[in-house]
Design a protein around this ligand. Structure first.
Ligand SMILES: [Zn+2]
Length: 231
């Protein structure tokens, strides 16, 4: 394995982990905020729990639906682009050589050499060369919409379950501080893990995610208290 390949794998792994951490963050922040908001309206702790579970399910479904639509439409677009490119290559190969060469000239390759590069790349795999340079598609469509949807729902739920569990075990009189504290702690922990995996410094991303999590919960708590006293 050469170093370019190692680096690529590192990026892939970070991309996957980053998506998982972001999904879990979403789950924690939105569910905890909902629960803190409802709790601040001075409702019973069972109502807070129901809110948490409903928030978890609704959020997971919405993440899954959003991801399914997004991945499907991206795959559709890529398929259509590749089909158009394939037919252009079949009907007008010379123009396609010039088109590819022009891209290399723009990047600083000598015009004569750029034609050579384009011809050699197209001799190996014309469609792959055009897909990569013109469309920015570096690999064939591999994302499965169903799989993406389920992964999204799962990462969201794995975060959202934490404030629900916290509310389940917390004594009634300190339910809000426990949900708030547990959520902030896990958010900070995930922020640190994400930063560590990405090779970034740990402190700043950790503080950032904890800060915005605290803001989200504080705002919904404020709204809950406001509405709770006025109705
Ligand atoms: Zn082309």
């Amino acid at each position: 394995m050469d170093s370019a390949q190692t680096e690529r794998h590192f990026i892939d792994r970070v991309g996957w982990l980053r998506a998982a951490v972001l999904g879990a963050n979403d789950g924690i922040i939105s569910t905890a905020s909902l629960m803190v908001g409802v709790a601040s309206a001075a409702t019973s702790s069972s109502a807070v729990l129901v809110t948490g579970v409903a928030g978890l399910v609704a959020g997971a479904m919405s993440m899954a639906a959003g991801e399914y639509v997004s991945v499907s439409s991206q795959a559709d677009t890529e398929r259509a682009d590749l089909a158009r490119e394939r037919s252009e290559l079949a009907t007008n190969r010379n123009a396609e050589v010039k088109e590819l060469a022009a891209i290399y000239v723009e990047r600083g390759v000598d015009p004569v050499l750029s034609i050579k590069v384009a011809e050699q790349l197209m001799a190996k795999d014309a469609l792959a060369a055009h897909a990569r340079e013109e469309l920015g598609i570096s690999h064939t469509v591999s994302a499965n919409p169903i799989q993406a949807a389920m992964t999204s729902a799962a990462t969201f739920s794995s975060g959202a379950i934490l404030p629900v569990l916290a509310a389940l075990i917390a004594p009634k009189n300190i339910l809000v501080p426990v949900v708030f504290g547990v959520s902030l702690f896990v958010l900070a922990l995930l922020g640190a893990i994400g930063a560590r995996a990405g090779g970034a410094s740990v402190l700043k991303p950790t503080l950032r995610v904890a800060f915005w999590g605290a803001i989200a919960m504080a705002v919904t708590a404020g709204v809950g208290a406001l509405i709770g006293t006025s109705v």
